[in-house]
Write a protein that binds this ligand. Sequence first.
Ligand SMILES: [Zn+2]
Length: 499
Amino acid sequence: MAIKVFIPTPLRPYADGASTVEIEGRDVGGLLTVLTERYPKLAKHLLQENGELRSFVNVYVNSEDIRSLALRDTPLAPGDEVSIVPGIAGGAPDVDLSKDEIARYSRHLIMPEVTIDGQKRLKAGSVLLVGAGGLGSPMALYLAAAGVGRIGIVDFDVVDYSNLQRQILHGTADVGNAKLDSARRRLEDINPHIRIDTHEVRLTSENALDLFRDYDVIADGTDNFPTRYLVNDACVLLGKPNAYGSIFRFEGQASVFHHEGGPCYRCLYPEPPPPGLVPSCAEGGVLGILPGLIGVIQATEVVKILLGKGRSLAGRLLLYDALEMTFRELKLRRDPACPVCGENPTVTALIDYEAFCGVPGAQSSEETNREVFKMVEEQETALQDEQKPEVVMPKDIDVSALAERMNGGGDGFLVLDVRDPHEIAICALEDFLHIPMMEIPQRFEELDRSKEILCLCRTGVRSGQVAMFLAHQGFRNVRNVAGGIVAWAKEIDPEMPTY
Ligand SMILES: [Zn+2]
């Protein structure tokens, strides 16, 4: 009597890629024996040494969860279908709650959706937070308070003043110190009954699988595309759910990827946007409260996954707009052609994600301005048809040379600050001409061509593009202030506030 057995995606690599197999068996025990004999590699993922099902694997006969039944003796009838469902919400885990813990979690214990059993599941559960920043902070605080037994955090950053506006794990006294130190101190104070694992490393293709392997759920709190794709692919390869969140300015997104047969991040975005197209928070800014809300949504999903309760965000993308105060929801489907979780995956091992996302080296993407970029390109194309004047490529000038020029006086040059007015309001040099980058194409004729023009912005990226633009307009004496006003503040005027 052949029974159809459904193999879940994460276990298919151990079953020669099969999604279903037909197996003879009169009861579940016999069926599992034949299955693991046919695919020996599957055995260690399904069964413990003693032959019992592993705690994170459920077996359904038709739609019934048979873990609670006398598992191996469960009889099978013709036409039955057996599904193997790896999950976290298996049987009640083998942990106890102390008197202190029972007092601490009492508001959980009286909820029928949690109870002592659920609280034990949280205690037996584990989550790895990728990043201890804006999203990682609220996640860590609430997951620790809720009693998730093991919280891992991967981060290698130090606390900066500009983090404190949203990264509430860290305080003013922590500036300059490793984020993991303040994270550990804060979380241990919130809940001494849990274990905090700190991993002070940059997450890479080399270490991701080893880091992720020991955790039930991965929560993505990253702020860059290479790491986001890396987290996604590692989760798919290991069969882990990925509680995802992302933020920009006033908007946030959340979902749960690769969970309950739902799509992964690549089903949604098979490829990253070209570098510079989507600015990061460092470039575009972010409302400090926003990661609080999105991180708490991620933490909620983590708790639900560990409890095995409720309807997760798998298959749904939640969009939040803080300015409008609206939540919208998009349906997501698994893409059978997905390069990682699809029927014929082409990504079967972790790749070089910096290269995949077009990020040169380990450099973070800097300020960019598409519009002007495009403009320069269009100008160049147009000029090819006309008579092309000789373009004198602009050179860099560093901030110490700029300081010498400014101290030396004279009016043979001018500093052109191309930042936006709200940036000028934060900090500026004593003497400069202000034309915001976006107005340069309309206003560049205001510039005195007889003078040397020194272009300045925050870090030198935008001003570099302006310098290039001016060079294409026939300006022969243009330079770009390397490192921008940030370098000036660091090297020349330490009293100057920066952002
Ligand atoms: Zn996918």
